[in-house]
Design a protein around this ligand. Structure first.
Ligand SMILES: [Zn+2]
Ligand SMILES: [Zn+2]
Length: 321
């Protein structure tokens, strides 16, 4: 299973090389209320800006941090001269936390106006919120070398099912599904702006990544998609209502999550049935339980192929509890 992380890192590296060739740009998409979506830093980033300052959910891949922070500064300039105060991480993967260290350090200096941060604040930087399992994955047991530098580690962890924060006149809730994409996921809900950031529990670009090595599971992932649907409320005419920012891909609403939840549930049920019939993993792969969804989510190459998804679902369903 080390293979998964290795592939993950090579995915990030590949994305960096190709994006460097194309002179990548970070784009800002106003979502609603005080929340904006930053697209182009590999993992999607959400930014909340108002009179109290700036809050970021996820910081993208390390290679895109300078551009992401410059874009946040531009965005905040006409709105506030207060600094980046808070960072929330949806999970530990480097395409979502790679900018943590720089963003935290920039915490007092990326004010919208030309206001220099005071020295005391500059040493402290922005606070980083995450579930405690994010900390476990980013740090290491005593004596071992930590997978990530300590400057990017969470400063404020929580261990229950929920955590809350109040900033810019808005309640921000974090919901922790126990074992979904990883075992340290947070779904982040901006209650007043009515925007949810899902991390990689929900993506529009691929089948869900179930990081078994780091505590993910297919049934937990479906539970987490249902939790997102508990939070979201559609507007009266189908489209709109609560807006949903996926870990990767385009801006969505509740209907998109319903479709994705149904797809994942149907494929889980098909594979479960095949396991009950005594089919082997190879036979299940050959039976193509994902076939009708492959045009939308499937892949035979790259970081997360259809075969890898089917294998992860199989292993998750047959794992000894
Ligand atoms: Zn991701
Ligand atoms: Zn991830």
């Amino acid at each position: 299973m080390i293979r998964l992380l290795g592939l993950f890192l090579s995915f990030v590296a590949t994305a960096t090389i190709s994006s460097a060739q194309q002179a990548p740009e970070i784009h800002i998409l106003p979502v609603q209320g005080n929340v904006y979506m930053l697209v182009g830093a590999v993992g999607n980033i959400a930014v909340q800006v108002s009179s109290d300052g700036i809050l970021m959910v996820d910081t993208g891949s390390a290679q895109m941090t300078d551009q992401a922070l410059a874009t946040v500064k531009q965005l905040a300039k006409p709105i506030t001269n207060k600094p980046l105060r808070f960072i929330i991480n949806t999970h530990f993967h480097p395409d979502h936390t790679g900018g943590n260290q720089k963003a935290r350090a920039a915490g007092t200096t990326i004010t919208g106006g030309n206001v220099a941060g005071n020295i005391q604040d500059a040493t402290e930087g922005a606070a980083i919120f995450a579930h405690e399992n994010v900390m476990k994955r980013m740090s290491a047991p005593t004596g071992a070398q930590a997978p990530t530098p300590s400057g990017g580690w969470p400063t404020d962890t929580y261990f229950g099912d929920t955590q809350e924060l109040f900033f810019n006149g808005e309640a921000i809730q974090m919901f922790h599904p126990k074992s979904a994409h990883t075992d340290g996921d947070s779904i982040v809900f901006f209650r007043r702006s009515d925007v949810v950031l899902t991390g990689d529990i929900f993506t529009t670009t691929n089948y869900p990544i179930i990081d078994l090595q780091n505590g993910g599971s297919i049934n937990g992932l479906i539970d987490a998609l249902n939790l997102i649907l508990d939070i979201t409320i559609p507007a009266e005419k189908q489209e709109g209502g609560t807006m949903v920012i996926p870990g990767h891909g385009r801006l969505c609403d509740e209907a998109d999550v319903v479709e994705y939840r149904d797809m994942v549930t149907i494929i889980r049920d098909r594979i479960q049935d095949m396991i009950k019939k005594g089919m082997t993993l190879e036979q299940i792969k050959a039976a193509k339980p994902t076939r009708d969804y492959d045009p939308l989510y499937g892949s035979t190459t790259g970081f997360w192929t259809t075969d890898m998804f089917v294998e992860a679902v199989y292993k998750s369903l047959t794992a000894k509890k």
